[in-house]
Design a protein around this ligand. Structure first.
Ligand code: AGP
Length: 595
């Protein structure tokens, strides 16, 4: 999704802005641009190029104030004209925007009627023209007035020729300010800032802020307000490839460490959480979980875990669906899961759930994210920045946390509790062993790369793993993968099966085992090749299917955490064979900040 950057300080702005834009590339974009202010002039360069290409192909830009943008097209196709920054008629005001202006058509019509000339198809372009309309010599006041006319979501940064300041405004879309000594960099997320500072300030809904080299003037609800400084725990090296050829592979390999660190950090919040989840009046109430994409899949694993171990009912909802229900049905506590903490659908669902009076717990990877600010209690996955669009390490960290929450929440005998804690603690070791020893997944990836459709099937606690495996395959390799509950095949998908549609069966040694064997036989009968993800030494499945991927033995209760790693690797190698841009798949964005 769109990423914005703004700089003001005493150094040349352009190289800093380009570098920060480079760090936002992972969010997904199709065009980019920069605007630099130098006394009475603003120079804009933009194109449908990569950030490095734009920098390489433009003359050096002189000036210590500027804006940058990576655009993920939502309103108007990717083109030079539609790329940001956008400017007013006199080319004196430049704006970058992340978000969605819902009433732009009526605003545009009115502005055109007043003589403003538009040069793009974007919603954003109404902003520089509105600011121009209200400008009476001070940019901050003009921005404050202009955003009163806007309906929708926005994080904007604005500069004006002749004024030595950057003005920021935020409504629903993310915006953070990095502090350096008398220099300021504002950006859509902290990954952009890591090379420069670990000191940040987060803006809240409705904030407008004027930044000069003297300091930050923040207006909250129109009142001058002090911002509090916070520290980022991530390090610049966390966003580098570190010897891997793709972030996805790097992040898959980080999983053992990520689980260990996530579980260690959870110990600090476990008591607070149990206080919220488990007062006597809550015990029989259902828990609502919401998320999108991969985070939704981890919530589904959570449902199976909670219902299996403690019998507490869990309702899992796609945030984007919940947002259009007439009524939100939530009990006392709900849990939102989001890697970025910035997914617009999830944030909107959280607002709706909170409005019912329900307490909100969130699991997120990004401290200071909007989700963590909305929640009554935040639990953090300690995955570090996840750059690959395809989530891997954050999924496993979310799932590890759900296990930890469930086990600490469970009213079970102490010996069983200790056993489960030990079992969970062993998972990082088993994943490391699997990553070191697995030998056939690369070859299997080459094989899978020849198909157009792949079915992922499982039952019970591994059903969400089938959904996640299918999602990983489609987003990285562009092969149509479909995750299905194995028992549902006979209700329709059997029609798809033939020798050109392989099925990947995820088989755990739990109460679903025999039923899975039956389903595999049924699939084989329809001539579809079957690859099974099984526990090592499972002769019975090995004899039945064409190929097995063996994962180390564990309590089947924890099997999703091993099985999903096998499917992540399979998606990676399949995408590699097909020559796909693994980390940055077409049309996708890492952080989806529009609904
Ligand atoms: C999956 O690989 C994607 N990254 C995507 O489905 C993602 O999980 C979804 O967009 C939700 O993002 P979030 O966890 O940041 O809220």
């Amino acid at each position: 999704m769109c990423g914005i950057v703004a700089y003001i300080g005493f150094q040349p702005a352009a190289p800093i802005i380009y570098k920060c834009l480079g760090k936002l590339e992972y969010r997904g974009y199709d065009s980019c641009g920069i605007a630099i202010s130098n006394r009475d002039n603003i120079t804009v360069e933009k194109d449908t190029k990569r950030v490095a290409a734009l920098q390489f192909n433009t003359l050096p830009l002189d000036g210590k104030i500027g804006l940058g943008h990576t655009r993920w097209a939502t309103c108007g196709e990717p083109s030079r004209a539609n790329a940001h920054p956008h400017v007013d008629c006199l080319h004196k005001i430049a704006v970058v925007h992340n978000g969605n202006i819902e009433n732009f058509e009526e605003l545009r019509k009115a502005l055109v009627g007043e003589g403003h000339i538009f040069t793009s198809e974007t919603d954003t372009e109404v902003l520089p023209h509105l600011i121009e309309k209200y400008y009476e010599g001070e940019l901050g006041q003009a921005v404050t007035r202009a955003i009163k006319d806007i309906r929708g979501s926005f994080a904007i940064a604005v500069i004006c020729a002749g004024e030595e300041k950057v003005v920021l405004a935020k409504q629903k879309s993310p915006l953070v300010i990095g502090l350096i000594d008398k220099e300021y960099i504002a950006a859509s997320d902290i990954a952009a800032l890591l090379d420069y500072t670990d000191r940040v300030m987060y803006l809240e809904e409705g904030d407008v802020c004027n930044i000069t080299t003297v300091g930050i003037e923040l207006y909250r609800n129109g009142v001058l307000t002090e911002l509090t400084e916070e520290r980022i725990a991530w390090k610049p090296a966390d966003t580098r490839l570190g010897g891997f050829s793709h972030y996805m592979m790097k992040e898959i390999n980080e999983q053992p460490r990520v689980i260990t660190e996530t579980l260690a950090a959870f110990e600090g919040v476990s008591e607070k959480l149990i206080g919220l989840l488990d007062p006597p009046e809550n015990r029989r109430t259902s828990l609502l979980m919401v998320g999108c994409g991969t985070s939704y899949h981890s919530a589904l694993v959570g449902k199976y875990i909670f219902e299996e171990l403690i019998g507490r009912p869990v309702n899992v909802e796609l945030a984007s669906e919940l947002n259009y229900r007439a009524n939100v049905i939530a009990d006392k506590v709900a849990l939102a899961i989001s890697q970025s903490g910035e997914t617009a659908d999830t944030l909107q669902a959280v607002r709706r759930i909170k409005a019912t009076g329900c307490k909100m717990v969130c699991i997120t990877n990004v401290e200071g994210s909007q989700l963590s600010r909305l929640a009554d209690l935040s639990i953090y996955t300690k995955a570090g920045p996840e750059i690959s669009v395809a989530s891997t390490k954050t999924f496993i960290a979310q799932v590890a946390l759900l296990y930890a929450i469930c086990i600490s929440h469970a009213n079970i005998d102490e010996i069983l509790k200790k056993d489960l804690e030990r079992g969970l603690g062993q998972i990082p070791i088993l994943i490391r062993q699997f990553l070191n020893e697995q030998s056939n997944i690369e070859t299997l990836g080459r094989y899978l790369a020849t198909f157009n459709n792949v079915l992922f099937v499982a039952r019970g606690i591994n059903y969400p793993v089938a959904l996640e495996g299918a999602l990983k395959l489609k987003e990285t390799s562009y092969i149509h993968g479909e995750g299905y509950a194995a028992g549902e095949l006979k209700h329709g998908p059997f029609a798809l099966l033939d020798s050109n549609t392989p099925a990947i069966a995820i088989v755990a040694h739990d109460r679903t085992y025999e039923a899975m064997l039956t389903n595999i036989r049924e699939i084989k009968t329809r001539k579809a090749p079957v690859i099974a993800v099984v526990e090592e030494g499972d002769k019975e499945v090995a004899d039945l299917v064409d190929i097995v991927i063996e994962v180390p033995h564990t309590d089947p209760f924890f099997s999703p955490m091993l099985n999903v790693v096998a499917l992540q690797l399979l998606a990676y190698y399949t995408a590699l064979e097909r020559g796909c841009p693994i980390d940055f798949p077409r049309n996708l964005a890492k952080t989806v900040t529009v609904e």
